[in-house]
Design a protein around this ligand. Structure first.
Ligand code: PLP
Length: 372
């Protein structure tokens, strides 16, 4: 056997995926990280037509120009970010965009501030790039919202970047505008990069999303179609940053991917230009489910924040055996500690499952885990 490179040797594969592989197929899965909706018909048709028209060749490295034009408009109208087609890169999901950021900007000796808890890939991408993670706690007393004052305390001369994710996976927390703005100001004053993962931007309830790139030039904004348009398997996302950052990022993208999948880019174009009513329906449905799961968990005595976005809740559950007991009873959940040490004593539950299944899952937990 040939030894792997030291950069990969120390990395562990995701325990969450492993757990799903061994799960009872009849269990109700509250562990999933993707919408349970299908891709809207207009998007499917756009992709089918593009194949029939033999539109299956490479696009430019940065992506189809028509799609980049729409992304520019989207950033301007929805996020207040001024950009242009040259400073957009269409990527293979937000995942590739994240990996590109780490590869292009992080190396040994660099500190990267990460919210604790946060999405698993952040830690892995920083580790593979050789950076050092500096965790900053998202406290339950602040509804898990990352606070600028807590971030300010962690900044040193080695701080190279921070990853922000609002709305958040795994807590559903939506950051306050003043914290986003204050962290943006810190990034200019202390010269570090903000990698802003805004993939859940549209899945937000009675709250407004703010992009740090509106307030700082040191920001790479990542987004994608996986969550908003239920296009997870189509692997399509995008980023924007200023000219200097985009050029560095393109080096990683060009030699790794060449360009994102052309058919998915056609679907993404339709997603941005077509009707948005499916998105609205999906978000309304998520909100109903959020209300259900939060009230049921609180009634059971598991203190749960009424999360303002994404499709996750992060109840406080001290029982270390809760996840295995729930799985035995037929409900799959994820231990909060999988997302960082500050997730200990919590469990992530996704409500990307039907209202009926969530009701059933809550009944099972109440009967077999709480009172069992
Ligand atoms: N960022 C966060 C916070 C996520 O939860 C996910 C997927 O679960 C991703 C990025 C990856 O998204 P994509 O499918 O666009 O690669």
């Amino acid at each position: 056997m040939i030894n792997p490179a030291s950069r990969t040797k120390s990395i562990e594969l995701s325990q969450i995926r492993k757990m799903f592989e061994v799960a009872n197929p009849n269990a109700i899965n509250l562990g999933i990280g993707e919408p349970d909706f299908n891709v809207p018909e207009n998007i499917k048709n756009a992709m089918k037509n593009s194949i029939d028209e033999n539109d299956t060749h490479y696009t430019s490295n940065k992506g189809l120009i028509e799609l980049r034009e729409e992304i520019v408009k989207k950033f301007k109208n929805e996020n207040g970010i001024k950009t242009n087609t040259e400073n957009i890169i269409v990527t293979v999901g937000a995942s590739e965009a994240l990996f590109m950021c780490a590869q292009a900007f992080i190396e040994k000796g660099d500190d990267v501030i990460l919210p604790n808890p946060s999405f698993l890939s952040y830690e892995a991408c920083v580790n593979i790039a050789g950076g050092t993670i500096v965790p900053v706690d998202c406290k339950m007393e602040n509804e898990f919202k990352l606070k600028a004052d807590d971030v300010a305390e962690k900044i040193t001369k080695n701080t190279k970047a921070i990853i922000l994710n609002s709305p958040s996976n795994p807590t559903g927390a939506v950051m306050e505008k003043e914290d986003i703005k204050a962290i943006a100001d810190l990034s200019m004053d202390n010269n570090f990069l903000i990698i802003s993962d805004e993939i859940y931007e549209k899945i937000i309830y009675d709250k407004k999303h703010y992009s740090p790139a509106k307030y700082s030039d040191n920001v790479i904004t990542l987004n994608g179609f996986s969550k908003t348009y239920a296009m997870t398997g189509l692997r399509i996302g995008y980023l924007t940053a200023n000219e200097f950052y985009t050029e560095e990022l393109l080096k990683i993208h060009q030699y790794n991917i060449a360009c994102a999948n052309t058919t998915s880019q056609r679907g993404a174009y339709e997603a941005l230009t077509g009707p948005q009513d499916e998105v609205e329906k999906m978000v309304n449905e998520f909100k109903n489910r959020r209300n259900l799961i939060v009230s049921r968990l609180n009634e059971m005595g598991y203190e749960t924040v009424n999360a303002e976005g994404a499709f996750y809740v992060f109840p406080k559950i001290d029982d270390e055996n809760f996840v295995s007991k729930a799985a035995e009873a037929g409900v799959i959940t994820v231990p909060g500690v999988a997302f960082g040490s500050n997730g200990k004593g919590h469990v992530r539950m996704s409500y990307a499952n039907s209202y009926e299944n969530i009701e059933k899952a809550m009944d099972i937990l109440e009967e077999r885990v709480v009172n069992g």
